[in-house]
Design a protein around this ligand. Structure first.
Ligand code: HAS
Length: 553
């Protein structure tokens, strides 16, 4: 323990500006990406606007789907997360960035990358979907652009880590404040897990798309993609967990039920997030069965820290509900701050995540996966997780973060509360439709309206209507969100909004094993080597750089 001394007061002006820029790009990307959502949903229910949209440059469903996936799943998340985690870390450590130029450089690299990738996307030259599986091939500068977005996010991460190192020097022996701790784990996880995609793009895809080599090995490329692709989902999720653990209990009027348990769940994510990628490849030939089995077991292991989270966060909120006068087994729920848009959006996101977690368990089971893999079930699952647990949480965070960063009062509080509910209802209808379609065997990434017409799959009818109607409701919610954001940014009414910081229920000295990075990092690396090493070795021994690129759109 370190004796408490008076803390210097910083305004964090640079960090605020930096984070605002990240958020601006994130929201612009989400706005463009979201335009394609209702188009896809309506197409599934048989109302297609694609022929008319060719006149304004949207050449196909697949071009729209690629833009939707890349802008929403990759760009919105990465820009929001790098900005948010940077800010939360410096605020939580109460230490400004030691090399802010590094963060600015990272941001600029990300923006250059985004522009480079956006050009071929908009010109319909890279309609390869967000997974960009070879042998589908876009122009080399598309891949370079995506690489720069990742490299920029690394540089932003280095800036955060450098600041932490300086803080550590000044605070020897002190426990890292919880929110900085959660943010740092997320940054480190990102640095480790993106090595897969870096290898895929730099070693395989770039030389091939530049014409320097004539062929590629699609199986190796997919394996490297999912090396990053699965932990990517925890890179999306953990910033929401930083808020669910570190901020929401305060917003609810409660306290964090158990800080050691919360820290344990972050360490477990660092340990377990990477060596699971083969659960996306259960149906792939060329991956040894034993490794699929190992990854299945590890997938069930990474379920555990989310179960810890469910228990710990709900207990923390219960403390708040009871402190607000709630009584009875469940009566405390109505005493939670449902009039606070930031809180409401995040609590609804959590409820949806409980359902998304269950559909994740179905995916993870080797046998059941064979039923749902590559069906509409999978987008059903990921709209509950990244599309709601993450995205609706980030929207909720923005309801305090934007006023905090700009000093302006949130415009339309009631509208913002409604926005969360509309999203919640829209998503329940939309994803129920997709899960149902998946069970009926409807493939994902397919124009289901056309398929229904051609193959007479009338049993899909009601489910496709749910997808269309749910998609339109989600779009309405999104418009409300954008209006609230824009009106707040332009508002003349000022307000002083503090970052919510939850106190733990009990102040306890953290045991050493919950503070020491070394065993967790070593464990993570060892697990990756065990779970991937021999399988990658086998793929390399049988390397077949034979597939030419295809442009099928
Ligand atoms: Fe997943 C496919 C398995 C979590 C995203 N996943 C995907 C894809 C995406 C995605 C994007 O095993 C598609 C990739 C593609 O394009 O092909 N996923 C899981 C499992 C989990 C899981 C086991 N996924 C996520 C998260 C995502 C995400 C998180 C984004 C953020 N997923 C899979 C598998 C596939 C897959 C296979 C491959 C499918 C295939 O065949 O292609 C788990 O981590 C989930 C654990 C979650 C829980 C829920 C805990 C609940 C909490 C809230 C509690 C609060 C409550 C509210 C109850 C255990 C923490 C209280 C209420 C009050 C009022 C107080």
């Amino acid at each position: 323990m370190v004796a408490t001394k008076a803390q210097p007061v910083y305004e964090f002006k640079t960090e605020k500006t930096l984070t605002l820029w990240h958020i601006f790009i994130a929201i612009v990307a989400l706005t463009i990406g979201t335009l394609f959502g209702p188009l896809q949903g309506l197409e599934h229910m048989g109302i297609s606007f694609y022929p008319q949209l060719q006149a304004v440059g949207l050449q196909s469903y697949y071009q729209g789907l690629t833009l939707h996936g890349i802008l929403n799943a990759l760009v919105w998340t990465t820009f929001f997360i790098t900005g948010f985690l940077t800010y939360v870390t410096v605020k939580s450590l109460n230490k400004p960035l030691v090399v802010p130029q590094l963060s600015w450089a990272g941001f600029i690299i990300m923006v250059i990358g985004l522009v480079l990738a956006a050009i071929p996307l908009l010109l319909n030259l890279a309609s390869v979907l967000y997974t960009f599986y070879p042998p589908l091939q876009g122009p080399w500068y598309f891949y370079l652009g995506l690489t720069l977005v990742v490299v920029g996010s690394w540089v932003c991460g280095w800036s955060v880590l450098t600041t932490y190192a300086a803080w550590r020097k000044e605070n020897k022996g002190a426990t890292t404040p919880f929110m900085a701790f959660g943010s740092l784990i997320t940054v480190v996880l990102w640095q480790i897990c993106t090595l897969g995609i870096a290898a895929e793009v730099l070693v395989l895809i770039l030389p091939w798309s530049m014409g320097l080599v004539s062929g590629i090995d699609p199986q190796l490329a997919r394996t490297l993609f999912w090396f990053t692709g699965h932990p990517l989902v925890y890179f999306w999720l953990l910033p929401a967990y930083v808020s669910w653990y570190g901020m929401m209990p305060k917003q609810a009027g409660g306290r964090l039920f158990s800080e050691p348990l919360a820290r344990l769940s972050f360490w477990l994510f660092l340990l377990l997030s990477v060596p699971l990628g083969f659960h996306h490849q259960y149906a792939d030939p060329g991956v040894p069965e034993a490794y699929k089995f190992l990854h299945a077991i590890l997938t069930y292991a990474v379920f555990f820290p989310s179960m810890l989270t469910a228990f710990n966060v709900v207990a923390s909120l219960e403390i708040g509900g009871r402190a607000n006068g709630g009584k009875g087994l469940l009566g405390w729920i109505k005493n939670l701050p449902w009039g606070d848009p930031s809180y409401t959006a995040q609590n609804l996101a959590m409820i949806v995540f409980a359902i998304g977690g269950i559909s994740g368990l179905v995916n993870a089971s080797y046998d059941l996966n064979l039923v749902v893999h590559n069906t509409a079930w999978v987008p059903g699952h990921f709209h509950l997780t990244v599309g709601t647990a993450v995205t609706l949480s980030f929207m909720g965070i923005l309801y305090w973060l934007l006023p905090h960063l700009t000093g302006k009062a949130l415009w339309g509080r009631k509208w913002a509360v409604w926005q969360g509910w509309i999203w919640f209802v829209g998503m329940l209808i939309f994803s129920r439709g997709l899960h149902w379609l998946g069970l009926l065997g409807a493939p994902r990434r397919t124009m289901l309206g056309v398929a229904t017409e051609n193959y007479g799959t009338s049993e899909w009818r009601l489910a496709t209507i749910m997808v269309g109607v749910g998609g339109v409701i989600l779009f309405v919610s999104f418009i409300v969100f954008v209006v609230v954001m824009v009106k707040t940014a332009l508002s003349k009414e000022s307000a002083k909004v503090e970052m919510p910081v939850a106190e733990p229920l009990k102040t306890e000295v953290m045991p050493n094993w919950l503070q020491n990075w070394t065993p967790w990092l070593v464990g993570a690396v060892v697990l990756v080597v065990v779970a991937y090493g021999p399988a990658l070795f086998e793929l390399l021994v049988n390397l077949k750089m034979v597939s030419p690129g295809f442009q099928v759109w």
